[in-house]
Design a binder for this molecule. Structure first.
Ligand code: FES
Length: 178
């Protein structure tokens, strides 16, 4: 009887794929969407919004002139996006001006009130005003001119008086009305 030949199994080729480790990152929620930031934890939020996500509604400015143009809502409170590093944002909820409109694209009533009162000049300061006003309105649903003037925002186009009217129009529930 012929001897039984041992069967030699073919060896598997060396894999050229290197398994990737799960990367640490900062889990952010911006306008209801989750993002994982794996870059520099000291990067200011403003640059992440503008340069990474291309959410350019939030503007640079307050570091020098106190215009309030870089305000965003962090857990519902208005804060400067240039002053907050990414490392402080894990698990926090961020809303930018792009997140104010409804899912169908309809304007937030405060945005409508700004249009009603013609409170927008060049528009540079407008996102910051909207964010700061929403924070104020949550604390004080019917603010007066003094409350509004105490916001950190300034308008170089001279819209301050019309901004006051817009915020008060919204507070009165008259956005979108004649
Ligand atoms: S609308 Fe131009 S700075 Fe305010």
């Amino acid at each position: 009887m012929a001897p039984v030949q041992a069967q030699v199994l073919p060896t598997s080729p060396q894999s050229s794929i290197t398994p990737e480790k799960v990367r640490d990152g900062i889990d952010l929620q911006i306008n209801g969407e989750h993002y994982l930031h794996t870059g520099d934890p000291q990067m200011p939020l403003l640059w992440y919004l503008r340069d990474v996500l291309r959410l350019t509604g939030t503007k640079y400015g307050s570091e020098h002139d106190g215009s309030g143009a870089d305000l965003i809502l962090l857990d519902g409170k208005a804060v400067s996006a240039i002053a907050v590093p990414m490392a402080k944002l894990s698990g926090r909820q961020i809303t930018t001006v792009e997140g104010l409109a409804a899912n169908d694209g309809g304007l937030h009533p405060l945005q409508q009130a700004f249009i009603d009162e013609d409170a927008i000049g060049c528009g540079y300061c407008t996102p910051g005003w909207l964010i700061a006003a929403l924070d104020l309105l949550k604390r004080k649903p019917h603010p007066d001119d003094t409350d509004i003037d105490q916001l950190p925002n300034r308008c170089r186009c001279g819209c301050q008086t019309r901004v006051r009217r817009a915020i008060k129009r919204f507070a009165a529930g008259k956005a979108g009305q004649p």
